[in-house]
Write a protein that binds this ligand. Structure first.
Ligand SMILES: [Mg+2]
Length: 274
């Protein structure tokens, strides 16, 4: 089979559209069984101004549920695992929360949580400091998660942004055990551990016994943090970015295919359900 996956970074506009070119998409799967990894926000639900408003439609839920009855399906999200489990509401799925730090496979013990627990005191301290420096800035939103802290600036004005960034820098300088990860209008501070969504996917493939040639690992995502998974799957799996090339002309990706909207993600998943 021709290798359609090892292409490196390219502009989103140059990535083939999975629905428009469904034959090429099917060819890339090569008759193998998809092992499907899904991001949540911006992939299964549209991006919203406040994280608690990102609710999955009944139709999307039914599509993912039907797919999971036929194929291995995992949700890999930046959210806390209990949070995303509740939002998706399909108990049979595999869930990885906190960018893959916190993994749960139905019927098994959670993986990885103990490594992270030791960071809780550091995160508590930084959370308090972030509230101190960011709460006075209009629109700034500090979101404490179990294994990270998100500083959202979607609602911060351009005028206030330099103040937001400076305040964040000040706190980060005090917290050498944490690293900053960029998302969509959000900076996320997480433990400085060599772990990301890509490593999480490789780990899950191994744990779930999905490493054989009969499987094709697939990752669906929209954000910068999903690029770690797209990159890991280069030459090995097939990835799909949910991004409208017209909305961000500069955006580059490692993804194999693209779709423009969340509705198209759901449409694609429905179309590939056996
Ligand atoms: Mg996302």
């Amino acid at each position: 089979m021709a290798d359609t996956t090892a292409r490196g970074l390219r502009l989103v506009a140059d990535v083939p559209a999975a629905l428009a070119d469904y034959d090429a998409y099917t060819a890339a799967l090569g008759g193998r069984t998809p092992a499907i990894f899904l991001d949540y926000d911006g992939t299964l639900t549209p991006i919203v101004s406040r994280p608690e408003l990102a609710v999955m439609s009944d139709e999307s839920r039914a599509t993912v549920d039907a797919l999971a009855k036929k194929l291995p399906v995992a949700v890999v999200s930046g959210r806390d695992r209990p949070d995303v489990e509740k939002l998706v509401g399909i108990e049979s799925l595999i869930f990885a929360g906190s960018h893959g730090f916190d993994i749960h496979v139905p019927g098994r013990e959670a993986i990885g949580s103990d490594v992270i627990e030791k960071y809780t005191p550091v995160l508590d301290k930084v959370d308090a400091r972030l509230h101190e420096v960011l709460d006075p800035i209009p629109g700034a939103l500090v979101e404490r998660k179990r294994f990270s802290i998100a500083a959202h600036y979607r609602l911060v004005s351009d005028e206030d942004y330099p103040r937001f960034r400076a305040a964040l820098d000040e706190v980060e300088a005090e917290a050498p055990d944490l690293k900053e990860k960029l998302g969509k209008k959000v900076f996320e501070l997480q433990p400085k551990i060599d772990w990301d969504k890509g490593k999480c996917v490789l780990h899950l493939l191994q744990v779930l016994g999905l490493e054989g040639d009969e499987y094709v690992p697939m990752f669906f995502g929209d954000d910068v943090t999903d690029e770690d998974a797209f990159r890991e799957l280069q030459g090995r799996g097939v990835s799909v970015i949910c991004a409208d090339p017209a909305a961000d002309l500069e955006r580059k990706t490692y993804a194999t295919f693209r779709v423009d909207t969340v509705d198209d993600v759901i449409g694609l998943l429905r179309r590939m359900t056996p």
